[in-house]
Design a protein around this ligand. Sequence first.
Ligand code: G6P
Length: 614
Amino acid sequence: MCGIIGYIGNNAVEDILLSGLKSLEYRGYDSAGIALNDNQGIDVFRAKGKLVNLKNVLNTQNLKNKHFSQGIGHIRWATHGEATIENAHPHTSNDGNLVLVHNGIIENYQSLREELTQQGFHFFSQTDTEAVVHLIDREYKKTLSLESAVINAIALLKGAFALCIMHHNEPDKIIAVRKNAPLILGLGCNENFIASDIPALIGKTQNIIYLDDNELAIVEKDAVVIKDFKGNILHKNIEKINLAQDDISKQGYKHFMLKEIHEQPRIIRSMITANMSTPFEPIHFNGINVEDLVQNVDKIEIIACGTSLHAAMIAKNIFEELCKIPVIIDAASEYIYKSHLTDAKTLSIGISQSGETADTITALKQARTHQAKILAITNRIDSTIVRCADFVFPLNAGIEVSVAATKSYSAQLAALYLLALAVAERQKCADIIKLTKIKQELFSIPNKMEEIFYSCNHIKQCAQKYSKYHSFIYIARGINSASAFEGALKLKEISYINANAYLAGELKHGPIALLDSQLPVFAILSPDGKIYDKIISNCEEVKARCAPLIALTTSDSFYKKDLFDDVLTIPSVSELLSPLLFTLPLQLFAYYFADCLNMEIDQPRNLAKSVTVE
Ligand code: G6P
């Protein structure tokens, strides 16, 4: 959610800022801007829309003869104020000497704006951020020190903020501030960087300092000093990152989403083999002691958002089936504002691809105040969620660039299957023969995922055939209800099609009124006999209303073929593990559907990959 970058050093500031912003575009693309400082003053360039528009603006400028020594940049996901040039960052003080970029939300911006307006400051945007720039400017005029001005100002701010600030009179430094929004420092040789996330620093440096909340950094070309908000110096570790440009390239695929869909068998295979050598031996995790994890635990709550919440819905089925432990699932945004039963006997699991989702992090911090044990399942071991957790399950799925989550989702599912199996083994809450059979089957999943790719063309043709429709319904029952929700979410995220998922048994209680020949229904037919028959009955009800009907089912369990207009199949699989396979055709269907409509698949409108505001 908004990406920020800062650079101080002798290399081409403008190019470094632009390439950093390019790697952060997954955080938002409503507008982009940079500010460059040289001996003459600060130049600010901003543009509405994607980064390419900013590049076009810069191409019209003659910057060749200027020598910039520092700069800051921003890509925006709009919260306060529309996506206009006036609301784009960097924001500037009235005298033009102070500029800043911000990620987060200033909750008391309205009262600050009124106070500063009365004191003679002029506002030109509707953003919360502009209050911060005038506030720091006011303090600068009193103290004539950027560092003191920043320290005074941030004491008056409420909310979440990662900031990069520079002042024309102090061209030797950029100040970076972090409170409840991510920010890292990259250390180079005679140059230093500030960024919202690691991808912005790949190829520039491997040496990173993670700022924690309530810390600020005075970043100079050849020195970095980190302080708390009172100005006390802190000593932080320098960590090494090990990522190459290849980790964030499309590697020949048309879109990151397609590449990431195809990475799934490899990721799941290496996760399974990393945690169990054969199905006949107990599962062992590096870094998680399962006994400690579940000792004195009488319930599990799983907290997540978006696609990760769908993984949580599936996990409820798995844990209740295998471990006989009650599981409560909550959208993090709901958990925060309701009373809950969390206590010292609760295992609170937070699932987050990015590890930075503000709602999930706030919810986990709340769970901790109730003495719950916290387990974080995340794809980013360098993220904030890790610092809130007692136990961490790293997904190791590699950087996911496409805004629509795919590989991280199946990695989350695989992690949850492994965890539930490990708990069931240790607690002896399921028959060992049954558990071994499930583990054996789990080993076969990556190959079966690869088999699904053989039918890519068929899925593509089916998606193309249906791409003329403007609405979709997904139905399923049991464990795959969440697969239906995830399938519908994928389609709406990247195609802007109104796709809704329903429990198939609930269709007759209202949604059936929507059905006609213009509303296709995508039915996920679970392999299990009982549920299979029930959902077939639901499909009969759909067909009786003349709605086009697509079946997604296992190759061996299919009958009543005539009922369906189109059929997509996955290899034979048990009901319990079927979500791992069903997800692939659902992702591919959404992908080809959107591609047929020429959509911006990797960067759908209004979305951001990392939602760092509540
Ligand atoms: C955003 C993304 C979704 C993602 C959700 C939760 O809305 O667009 O794809 O599922 O955040 O993200 P997390 O990083 O916490 O899994």
